[in-house]
Design a protein around this ligand. Structure first.
Ligand SMILES: C[C@H](O)[C@H](O)[C@H]1CNC2=NC(N)=NC(=O)C2=N1
Length: 118
């Protein structure tokens, strides 16, 4: 199996496979920080300040546009909840797990960045 972060989403009506429960169960360990909530794949990312939160939101938007796969975002000071589901199959698809893995990678990269005080 390839690494989820190295895969690209396959999108568009009729082109997306709706994952069965056992397929979801097999994929969840690959994104251990995410949980299933009301049929969506969800993770709460936390940040030290608002500008870091928005930096993540904007960087995640690049990934969403690049993959043509978009999450629900709930943004507050220091927090961004990301919730994936796939409208094209009215459930979860591999696209949700691919993008979740890419956001995990983005978050880890951002944590390693330090900016000089302005
Ligand atoms: C036509 C285009 O492929 C679809 O509208 C894309 C856009 N972004 C999407 N995002 C999500 N989460 N699910 C989709 O099914 C989806 N489909």
């Amino acid at each position: 199996m390839t690494k989820l972060t190295e895969e690209a989403c396959v999108t568009g009506p009729g082109r997306v496979h709706r994952l069965a429960a056992e397929e979801i169960t097999a994929l969840l360990p690959l994104v251990p920080q995410w949980t299933l909530e009301n049929g969506r794949l969800v993770r709460l990312f936390r940040f030290g300040d608002y500008s870091s939160t928005l930096a993540f939101v904007n960087a995640s938007a690049w990934i969403s546009e690049n993959e043509n796969h978009h999450p629900e975002l709930t943004v507050n000071y220091g927090r961004c909840q990301v919730a994936y589901s796939t409208h094209d199959c009215d459930g979860l698809s591999r696209n949700d797990f691919i993008c979740a893995a890419k956001l995990d990678q983005l978050f880890e990269h951002q944590q390693g960045l330090t900016f000089p005080p302005i």
